[in-house]
Design a protein around this ligand. Structure first.
Ligand code: SAH
Length: 220
């Protein structure tokens, strides 16, 4: 990395490698997922004032009451959708800072990501440009409807907590595709991993999580 925000050593590849070593100790063993996290400079996805904390394993505020997810959760969700094999095209709902999309962009041919807040979508798009992540397509809109024009997807990742998974999203999954989503409200959320098999969908519970809510509609 070059540029004015490099300073302080916290932005170095070595710092990211320490983060990845901690994730490995926490049980994330998927090598490609770990390589993707070490390739993406997380400090460029938060405000400059928070950059020194970018490689702590914690969620951080990104404005508008939203947060960039904790690296452990980003890694956990990425590894879960990746484990079925090649990711040609994935959909993320809840672009936020753009960090999770940037991680997916290391592993997938194409990443479609949707954000209901126009201002966050704008900032994320600029980051994708700066980092030359040309395989990410970011759209301002309500992700609960999915992105029918780009479907079907190998995987759909929802990074905001849903009360219930919108049915139409399952129809945008390829056969064998996976959908990962935090379901529930407040402190009672569980990360669920769904798998479409023909006309059937089954799921497993992964762990307790804490996400901001999936909200209806799109806004500035
Ligand atoms: N994946 C993000 C973090 C997500 S925070 C990252 O890596 O930084 C959750 C995001 O989901 C917020 O930005 C919020 O505005 C967005 N969101 C909530 N409801 C949504 C909806 N219906 N459609 C699209 N985005 C939504």
């Amino acid at each position: 990395m070059t540029g004015t925000r490099q300073g302080a050593g916290m932005t170095s590849l070595r710092t990211r490698e320490r983060l990845v070593a901690r994730l490995w100790e926490q049980g994330i063993r998927d090598e490609l997922t770990l390589a993707a996290l070490s390739a993406v400079p997380r400090h460029l996805f938060v405000d400059e004032a928070l950059a020194t904390r970018a490689y702590e394993d914690s969620a951080l505020p990104i404005g508008h009451g939203q947060t960039i997810s904790q690296p452990y959760i980003v890694a956990r969700m990425t590894a879960a959708v990746r484990s079925t094999g090649a990711l040609t095209k994935v959909l993320e709902i809840g672009t936020g800072s753009g960090y999770q999309a940037a991680v997916l962009a290391q592993l997938a041919g194409q990443v479609c990501t949707m954000e209901r807040l126009a201002s966050l979508a704008r900032v994320a798009r600029r980051r994708f440009q700066t980092l030359r992540l040309f395989n990410i397509n970011c759209r301002h809109g309500d992700g609960r409807e999915g992105w029918p024009d780009e479907a079907p997807f190998d995987a759909i990742m929802i990074t905001a907590a849903a009360r219930a998974v919108p049915e139409s999203l399952f129809l945008q999954l390829k056969d064998g595709g996976r959908l990962i989503v935090p379901v529930g409200a407040g402190d009672g959320q569980e990360l669920l991993l769904y798998r479409r098999q023909g006309a059937h969908v089954n799921f497993e519970r992964l762990e307790t999580v804490h996400f901001v809510p999936l909200l209806p509609g799109e806004t500035e």
